[in-house]
Ligand binder design. Structure first.
Ligand SMILES: [Zn+2]
Length: 413
């Protein structure tokens, strides 16, 4: 059973958190900022010290490999991200990268010999901060996003990914080699803070992730007829906001009655035009965020809601138009790997339960090319994406220990 050097890992986590665009303890590392690039160098330095073989691809995904005794076999991989949204904390993503490295070092210290190579991946831009799309590196790696679409992505100032990449060390790399084939990895396991309250509430050490929910996001436009709030009598109205309101409730009802407790639907943006106290709403723009772990119930919920919208629009004389913002399929984790987490937790004396990841992770995309799962550890109050995000050294240590066991087992199978 491999050991975890918790003190060293904590020092490395704290040192990485010093590389931030804002005043510590807040961590901001936006894709391709000087700090993002410096943090990558820090991770590379640690990986070199561990004797790992480094490779970077054309979008900046970093691969650090401990070469196994049968290097031609598909490798076992772990990893996460080190980019951070503005004013975030030090653990989101970082626990999976530096913790993944410590899992490898622990196995090395204990004289473990991997048969399959074990690889640590640091994914480019898991956070959507610069280009509005999350998991950029893992999307390209898994073929979930084409280079053509990726290169055209633009930031707030209109600068494209193509242009940004031109100023990085990745400009010269082969873009065709970024996409990895389906048999490239034997398994992928990501260690991550839960970013939710379940493990802490139940005083548990480890979450074995069985599914990763994926959001579908839609934009809707509902157009009616404006007019004077005093002058147009009720029978003559085509009020876009009244129609939108009915739709929001129809969506809520569709999600509640989907037959799955995991369906969630949210209208988080509602823009009313012209937006004056004495003017009948002529047009409403709204967004829908719809998530489930089963694509069938997610899509059925959306169908029910859009059928309701058609009826509402017909009854009120409104015109509707919609577009898809994104629609990623959810992932089911590999049952064998999930069980492997449970077995490892038990043998380490850690309490464990199965969990669903309700947030996006790089694992969602890795699951398309490899058997995948995630190990969750508790974080204080479920808080994440804020400076006071916190998991204790002993909580992290348990996650790393379980990860090491799962990697070791997969690398010899
Ligand atoms: Zn994360």
């Amino acid at each position: 059973m491999s050991s975890v050097d918790s003190a060293r890992l904590q020092e490395e986590i704290d040192a990485l958190a010093e590389i931030t665009e804002v005043v510590p303890p807040a961590v901001t590392r936006v894709l391709f900022s000087a700090q993002d690039l410096a943090a990558r160098e820090e991770v590379k330095k640690h990986c070199r010290e561990a004797g790992l073989t480094l490779r970077e691809d054309a979008v900046g995904n970093l691969f650090a490999r401990w070469v196994g005794s049968e290097p031609d076999l598909p490798a076992v991989a772990t990893g996460s991200h080190i980019d951070a949204i503005p004013n975030a904390g030090r653990f989101d993503g970082v626990v999976g990268v530096l913790g993944g490295l410590e899992a490898i070092r622990g196995l090395q210290r204990d004289g473990f010999q991997p048969k399959r190579s074990i690889e640590l991946i640091t994914f480019t831009s898991e956070e959507p901060t610069r280009f509005g799309i999350g998991c950029l590196g893992s999307r390209l790696l898994s073929g979930s996003l084409s280079w053509e679409k990726a290169l055209a992505l633009a930031d707030e100032t209109g600068r494209t990914l193509d242009s940004w990449l031109g100023d990085t060390p990745y400009a010269e790399k082969d873009r065709g080699a970024v996409r990895l084939p389906e048999d490239h990895y034997h398994a992928f396991v990501e260690l991550h803070i839960e970013q939710g309250p379940i493990l802490e509430n139940e005083s548990l050490d480890i979450g074995a992730v069985t599914h990763i929910a994926a959001p579908a996001a839609h934009r809707l436009e509902i157009t009616g007829q404006g007019g004077h709030a005093g002058g147009v009598l009720m029978p003559a109205r085509h009020d876009a906001l009244c129609g939108a309101s009915e739709f929001v409730l129809a969506l809520e009802s569709a999600a509640k009655n989907s037959g799955s407790p995991d369906t969630v639907a949210t209208v988080g943006v509602l823009q009313v035009a012209p937006g004056a106290i004495n003017s009948i709403p002529a047009r409403v723009e709204l967004t829908v965020d719809l998530r489930d772990i089963q694509i069938a119930t997610r899509d059925k919920t959306w169908k029910t809601a859009t059928e309701a919208l058609e009826k509402i629009a017909a009854g009120r004389g409104l015109v509707t138009a919609g577009s898809v913002i994104n629609e990623d399929p959810p992932a089911t984790c590999d049952p064998g790997l999930v069980e492997s987490i449970e077995v490892a937790a038990k043998s380490r004396g850690c309490s464990c339960r199965r969990l669903i990841s309700r947030a996006y992770h790089d694992s969602l995309f890795l699951s398309r090319i490899a058997p995948t799962t995630m190990i969750f550890i508790p974080c204080r109050n479920g808080w994440s994406h804020r400076p006071d995000e916190f998991s204790s050294p002993s909580q992290i240590e348990k996650g790393v220990a379980v990860l090491a066991d799962v990697l070791a087992k997969a690398s010899t199978s």
